[in-house]
Design a binder for this molecule. Sequence first.
Ligand SMILES: Cc1ncc(COP(=O)(O)O)c(C=O)c1O
Length: 383
Amino acid sequence: VTAATRSYNFGPGNPDPGVFPSRDLGAAAQRVLARVGAELAHYPEQHGLPELRALAQDRFERNHHVRPPLEHIVITNGATQGLQLCAMGLARPGDDVVLEEFEYSGTIRVFHQCGLNLVPAPLDDGGMRMDALADILERQAAIGRRPAFIYTTASYQNPTGTTQPVERRRRLLDLARRYELPIVEDDTYGDICFEPQLEPAIYSLANPGEALYIGSFSKILGPGVRLGFFIAPESITSRLLPWKLDGGTSMLSQLVAAEYFESALWEHVEEGRNAVKEKRNTLLDALESEFGGVPGMSWTRPDGGLFLWVKLPEDVNRVRLHDLATARGITYSTGQAFHALNQDVPYLRLAFGWIDKEDIPEGVRVLAECVRAAMPAGHAVGG
Ligand SMILES: Cc1ncc(COP(=O)(O)O)c(C=O)c1O
C-alpha cells in the first residue's frame, strides 16, 4: 500500500472492532431462537426484556454501588432514543436546555430537532464548570427562563474526554436542586474506564427524581445492535414513555444481547477496555512525540471513553488543514461539529476506538505534517 492510499480513521466513536464477539453472539442467537423463537411473533413490552433490564441493573450496581429497582429501568433503541425521549417528555419546543459547550453532535441534533434552545456551559479539564453553570442558572432565572433540564456527560465526555470529579457532581446536584431542575446524565461511555476508580454516577448521589440516567450497549458491544436504557422513577418515566412510539425496541436484539451478556458481560467489557486503553496510550505517545512543545497546541488525557480533544494553535488554517488531511487519508472530526452553537473553534476530535493501533503513530505523523503545512509561514512547529 502506498502512502497516498493509506487511510487513518480517527473519525467514528465506535468501540474496537477486533473484540466484537461475532462467534459468541451467533451461538447466543441460535440458543435463544431455539428456545423462544415464537416470542418474536409478539410486539415487545414497552419497558423492554426483563433479563436485559436486570443486566443493566447489575451493571449499574457493580459500577456505582447502588441498586436501582428493576421497575425504574427501561430499554431503549440506543442511548439516542433516551435523549429524544427526554427532549420530548421533559421539555416543550422553545424551552432552554443547559449542556456542555462542546457536546456530542448527535445530542445537539436531537435537541435541535425537538425545537430546544441550547444554553452552553463552558468546560475545563474537569468537565462542565460549576461556576459557569451557577452564573447561567442565575442569569436564566433573572430573565424568567427556566431550563427544562441540565444535560451532562459527566464521565469520559464526548468530544473532550473529560470527567467531572465527585465534588463537581455534588455541586451540580446542589445547583439543580436550588433551581428545581432535573439532571439528564448521559453515561454512554461509563464502562470504558482506564483507571480502577470510577467516579460515582450523579444518579447514585441524587435523591429519587432529581436525575435521570442514560446508558448504552453501543460502546461495550456495538452501535449496530441499537440497545440502550434509561433509569428513572415512575414520576419521570411516565412523562417519557408516551413518546416511545416505535412499537418497542427490537426483541431479537434484546434477546441475543441478554443471552450473550448473561455469562460474558464483565469479561467482554474488560477486553474492550484493555483494547482501547492501549490505543489511547499509543495515541498519547504519538501526540507527545509529534506535537510536544508546539506553542498553542494541547490535548486532553482521558481516563476513559473513546475520544481525545486537541486544541490547535489559533493561526492554523482549519479549512486547509481539513483539506490536506483528507487528501492524505486522515479522518477526524472538526471542533465545530461539537460546538453547541455551531461556532468554528480551534479544536479537533480524535477517536481512538476504531482505528488499528498500528496505524496510530503514522496517522499522527501525517497529521503533524498537515498541521505544519496549514500554519502561516514563520510559526514554528516541532516534530
Ligand atoms: C454522549 C453520547 N450519547 C449518546 C450516544 C449515542 O449512543 P447510542 O448508539 O447508544 O444511541 C453517543 C454516541 O456516540 C454519545 O457519544
